[in-house]
Design a protein around this ligand. Structure first.
Ligand code: PLP
Length: 447
């Protein structure tokens, strides 16, 4: 482990791309400062090593008699146990491997026997899949928001309360135990969208009373295409399979299909064994990093970032609540006089800093907060360092006080430096830039 305690100038753990050199518009280059962990996190060194170890055995899962196939099947099923232990799943729960959080939530949405209550702050992935959804507008405090959810559940029964563990826009963490009690006391179950929480806080679903949890490997330092839905088996067993196909069945004749129970029922097709093993390895590594103090390291960095940015004249930070008990390392901000796309392009082109700009697939929240035009999000994780944080603060201060040194222009919703002399590496030589679909299309609560 490469943990360096009490020294927030160093990163906490080794991740892929830590020494990546990126070109700047002035013809120089610098080490990339990645502040886009909330979108996709780099691979932990432990994950990269485990995948390299498994690759020579790469073969079919659940089907072959060959030695390599047996090894892959064992690795796949061992990963299920690792993930189950990591989240504290109870015996009546099952781990289903999916592609990502979006996939997990869509799967569960097909199994819910009734209405789903959600907040208007949710990522589109935890808003759009629920067919019979009832949206509660969050209040200015968490206490009042809980009261509004209670009124909604009292007024009309719901089968499920689907709620994020941590906002992907502000990083604010919700009180999961209280929400689980609230849902249960009104006869509903609770699903936690753990996409932003699981990479940064330990969550024991058995202890907290959470019925379902969804998260993504690519945000958990395992960018190999797997995700998780873990939770109570009964709804999942009672529903039609999410995907019909090989692996999801007990027997098939021309006119009759007998579906398998979960997890196979919802895992049709060839499983992503590399992705699943990467995800489980990340869970093991995260548990070790957390016992070595990674959570307080990240807290220190995100406090430093929040304090530094809010001390700059003309910079404002977005929050939903006045009383959030905890916040993960996500800071969303605006700079007076500059649009989010221009700020992000400036940070990349002149400082080698990667952030996300736009509406973060949370259009209803951004509109309600008065930021329908979007904002800039800086998010950090295990590979972030205090010097990265200082670089970002200094770069934003320079923009707010002196403005950019280069020219930036918008083209189809995507801001670029003009001219942009930065070459792509050979592996994408000749590729054109692409815009962000979440930044350019609109979602309202009613649509
Ligand atoms: N939920 C939240 C809170 C997120 O932040 C995201 C992605 O940013 C998702 C769900 C969807 O995750 P994925 O794109 O991995 O399916």
């Amino acid at each position: 482990m490469t943990a360096v305690l009490n020294n927030s100038c160093a990163s906490f753990a080794a991740v892929s791309g830590a020494d990546l050199q990126v070109p700047l518009v002035d013809g120089t280059s610098c080490t990339y400062a990645n502040f886009d962990y909330a979108a996709s996190a780099p691979a932990l060194a432990e994950v990269t090593a485990r995948i390299a170890e498994l690759l020579p055995y790469y073969s079919s899962v659940h089907r072959g008699a060959g030695y390599a196939s047996r090894v892959c099947t064992a690795a796949y099923e061992k990963a299920r146990v690792t993930v189950s232990d990591f989240v504290g799943a109870q015996p009546d729960s099952v781990v289903v491997f999916t592609r990502n959080t979006t996939d997990s939530l869509n799967l569960l949405a097909g199994c819910v026997p009734g209405d789903t209550v959600v907040l208007d702050i949710e990522h589109h992935a935890n808003l759009l899949p629920w067919r019979d959804r009832r949206v509660v507008v969050a209040a200015d405090s968490i206490a009042e928001t809980l009261a509004r959810i209670e009124v909604e559940l009292e007024t009309k029964p719901a089968a499920l309360l689907a709620i994020t563990g941590a906002s992907n826009v502000t990083g604010e963490v919700l009180p999961i135990r209280e929400l689980a009690q609230l849902a249960h006391s009104h006869g509903a179950r609770i699903l936690v969208d753990g996409a932003q929480l699981v990479p940064h806080r330990r969550i024991d679903i058995g202890d907290l009373g959470v019925d379902y949890l969804a998260f993504s490997g690519h945000k958990l330092y395992a960018p190999h295409g797997a995700g998780v839905l873990v939770g109570k088996q009964d709804w999942l067993d009672a529903a039609e399979p999410y995907l019909a196909g090989g692996g999801a069945v007990r027997s098939v004749s021309i006119d009759r299909t007998e579906w398998a129970p979960v997890p196979a029922r919802h895992e049709a097709g060839t499983p992503n064994v590399l992705g699943v093993v990467a995800l489980a390895t990340a869970c093991e590594a995260l548990a070790l990093h957390e016992s070595a103090g990674s959570i307080s390291h990240e807290r220190e960095l995100s406090d430093r970032l929040r304090d530094g940015l809010s001390s700059i004249d003309g910079v404002s930070l977005l929050t939903v609540w006045s009383d959030a008990p905890d916040t993960v390392g996500i800071v969303t901000f605006k700079v007076d006089g500059y649009g989010p796309g221009e700020i992000a392009a400036y940070l990349s082109a002149e400082h080698g800093i990667g952030v996300r700009d736009g509406k973060f697939c949370a259009h209803p929240l951004l509109s309600r907060l008065g930021h329908a035009g979007g904002a800039v999000r800086a998010s950090l994780g295990l590979g972030s360092s205090g010097s990265d944080v200082d670089r970002l603060i200094d770069a934003v201060r320079t923009l707010a006080t002196d403005g950019p040194s280069w020219t930036y222009e918008e083209d189809g919703g995507w801001w670029n430096p003009v001219p942009d002399p930065r070459p792509f590496p050979d592996l994408v030589d000749g590729a054109a830039g692409v815009g962000s679909p979440c930044a350019t299309q609109t979602v309202s609560i009613a649509s």
